[in-house]
Design a binder for this molecule. Structure first.
Ligand code: SAH
Length: 442
């Protein structure tokens, strides 16, 4: 070709790529399988390094062309170094570094090109060469140069093993894309998105069970993991305590089974709850057993876990914020405090509280203790734990009826009766009660 013909050809190539760009219109989103395929990255700075890392994660053969690279500093090993790419292709999942400036021809054999050289002219050159060779090219500097865009990506694995990939582009504003991606990722983690499987499980695949600690009742005190599995459940088995407001957010198809225990009202017996969990999981449904507080703190979580295991049903425990620690905190009582309490015990109010050793510097937290409060308080008075040891009853922690009543072991039962204290409530005994704003100023 003569020089004139060559520059004509170059002009028409440039015109074609300009046309391709101005015609860009909507992008066509696509997921690429780059495993084992050659991808050429031009440039060796931090942006290039980020691209290299995700290409390696995807199993690509990566060739980096740059006089200098920061790959090593970023913990990315360079498998081979060569002055010229004709020396052979990098192995899948490894990096070959061509240590020099970019030259036309370096994209030969590539399925995809990335350019992030910091030089607009070089990036333009790479983009033009890629266009001619019909190789898609991502340009880091100016998104209008080049034929492909890297979206901001968030990935998560759902409870049934499904991989969700969210890829966001936002015009030519990658920061905005990342901000949107972060928001979506947060919602994926928090269970705010409808993650439930829509397609029935094939064949006889059983479902699974999650024993989820729901915290003391406030929806904000359920863990992110708890929320995420709740958002994927087919069946939710609930108690009276725990974050029941979350049930309103469930999709209408989710079956909610209330095994709640109310005073005087007969609860569903434990063996029937166990059987329900197993039966639904065996029918292929994912079951969340949403419990108050933590499943293992007077929650019979261990029994439910054993029942599932015995039946061969897969089960996971998602710990929760126990009321034993959080409900005292709701009224300003820390269960331990330097100089006041060096430890704490959690007991039920029904039995044996009086046998727990320790004085006012060992905090006692009693659950389910309202009915027998008078007997318990009397029994707790010992030589070590005098009658003037501070005590508090905290009702409905984090709920609309939250209230704290304070007194001493000698007076708390009468004060609670006067106030008409009702379950659910937590009783705290020990010097830490003095830290509550409700404690009378002496
Ligand atoms: N697994 C739960 C405890 C279940 S036993 C946990 O870790 O919190 C039920 C008892 O917990 C109730 O009788 C009461 O003593 C206490 N409780 C649970 N939630 C409460 C709340 N929001 N306010 C006060 N007490 C609560």
């Amino acid at each position: 070709m003569s020089d004139a013909a060559q520059s004509d050809a170059a002009r028409s190539d440039a015109a074609r790529s300009d046309a391709a760009r101005s015609d860009a219109g909507q992008i066509y989103p696509l997921g690429l399988q780059v495993t084992g395929r050659l991808v050429v990255v031009v440039g060796g700075g931090p942006v290039a390094a980020r691209r290299v890392r995700s290409l390696l994660d995807a199993g690509a053969r990566v060739r980096v062309i740059a006089p200098h690279v920061v790959l090593g500093e970023q913990g990315i090993p360079v498998a081979s170094e060569t002055p010229d790419p004709v020396d052979g292709e990098p192995a899948p999942g490894t990096v070959q570094w061509v240590r020099r400036e970019y030259r036309t021809g370096d994209l030969d054999g590539a399925w995809l090109a990335h350019t992030a050289t910091g030089s607009a002219a070089t990036d333009q050159q790479v983009a033009d060469d890629a266009e001619r060779a019909r190789i898609f090219c991502v340009t880091a500097g100016d998104a209008s140069v080049g034929s492909a865009w890297v979206p901001a990506v968030a990935r998560t694995t759902l409870t049934d093993g499904a991989e969700v990939t969210v890829a966001v582009t936002a015009g030519r504003d990658p920061r905005r894309a990342r901000a949107i991606r972060d928001a979506v990722a947060g919602q994926l983690q928090s269970g705010a998105l409808p993650l439930r499987r829509q397609r029935a499980r094939g064949g006889a695949t059983p479902g699974r069970v999650w024993l989820v600690g729901g915290g003391p009742g406030d929806t904000g005190l359920l863990t992110a993991r708890g929320r995420a599995v709740l958002a994927q459940a087919d069946v939710v088995v609930v108690d009276r305590l725990g974050p029941r407001a979350l049930l309103d957010e469930l999709a209408p198809e989710v079956e909610v089974i209330d095994v709640g225990k109310t005073s005087g009202n007969h609860p569903v017996p434990q063996h029937e709850i166990n059987a329900l969990l197993v039966q639904h999981a065996r029918a292929g449904r994912d079951v969340v057993r949403l419990k108050g507080g933590d499943p293992y703190v007077f929650g019979r979580g261990g029994e439910e876990l054993a029942a599932c295991r015995d039946a061969g049903v897969e089960v996971e425990v998602v710990p929760g914020v126990t009321s034993a620690v959080s409900v005292p905190a709701a009224v300003g009582i820390p269960v331990t405090h330097r100089g006041l309490a060096r430890g704490f015990s959690v007991l039920t109010g029904h039995d044996g509280a009086a046998t727990v050793p320790g004085g006012p510097d060992h905090t006692l937290v009693l659950l389910m203790g309202v009915t027998h409060l008078a007997d318990t308080a009397a029994a707790l008075i010992t030589a070590d734990r005098p009658a003037d040891t501070p005590a508090a009853v905290v009702e409905d922690g984090y709920g609309p009826r939250q209230r704290v009543t304070v007194g001493t072991l000698a007076t708390i039962a009468a004060r609670a009766a006067e106030a008409g204290v009702k379950p659910p409530a937590i009783i705290v005994v020990g010097d830490v009660v003095r830290l509550s704003p409700a404690w009378p100023v002496p």
